[in-house]
Design a protein around this ligand. Sequence first.
Ligand code: RIB
Length: 293
Amino acid sequence: MITVVGSINMDLVVRTDRFPKQGETAMGNLYTTIPGGKGANQAVAAARLGSGVQMVGAVGTDAFGQVLAEGLDNEGVQIEHVKQLDGMSGIANILLSEGDNRIIVVPGANHLLEEEGMDDLESLFKASDLVILQLEIPLPVVQRTLEICKRIGTPTILNPAPSAGYCKEMEPYWTYLTPNESEAEEIFGEQWEDALEQFPNRLIVTLGKNGARYFDGGRHVTVEGYETSAVDTTGAGDTFNGAFGVALSEQMPFEEAVRFANAAASLSVEKMGAQGGMPGREEVLRRMRGAAE
Ligand code: RIB
C-alpha cells in the first residue's frame, strides 16, 4: 500500500491560442474545472495502476471540498485521512497554450495541515510500502513525515515541486528525490548532473519527453521517453511519481521502474486535465511492449 501526503486542488483550466502579454486581455477557447493538486494526482495515478492508496491531506468546507473528496473516493483512493477544514479548498489557476502550461496555486486548506497531525499517523506510515510527498503543503508537515518515515524504515519519494520549498534539511531523510530538470537546477545548480553521483539510484531527474536520468553507482543512465502526441502536459510529472511509486513498491528492478513511470507519463499527456489521461496498468504495459517491438 502507498500513502500520499500532499495537496488536493480544484484545477481551474483555461485554454487560449497564445499566452497574453502583460496587461493584455486575450480570448480563451475553453474553461473547465478538473480535480488536481500534485498530491491527489499522484494518488490517483498510483490507484489507476492497481495499488492500494491512502491519501493524507485537506480540503475546505466550500463546494469544491466535497467534490474533491468524492473524486478521490471514486478513484479507489482511501480518504479517511483527508480532513475537511474550515475555509476554501486549494485551487490551481492553469493557463494552457502553445503546448505548455502556466500555473498559479492558492493553497487554501492544504496549508492548514499541521505537522503534529503526522505523529498520529505513524502506524499508517509503518503499514505503507512507500510514502510519497511533494511541496504544496506546509514544509514542516513534509519534514516531520520524512523524519518519521526515516526512523521507522518506510521508504519515501519526495517530488520537490514546487522546488522553491525544498531545503537542505530534507536531504538526510528522503529515500528518492524526483525533480524535473528546472527543479534540479534550482536545487543543485547548473551542474545538477554532478549531483546525480552523490545519490546513486536515489536522485532521478525527469526530462519530459526525453525520459529520465539517474546514476546507478557506475554509470549515468538515461531511460528514454516514449513517442506521444501531447494534448495537455499538466500532471505528467505526477503520473511519473505515482507510477514510479507503484513500481518501487512492487520491487521492480530500478531501471524497469523508471521505464514503467516514463510510459505512464507519456500516456497521461494525451488527454485534457492532470488526471484525465492517467493510464491503467494494461495501457502502460502495452506502450512498453509496443516500443520494444
Ligand atoms: O502538477 C500539476 C498540478 O499542479 C495541478 O493539478 C495543480 O493543481 C498543481 O498543483
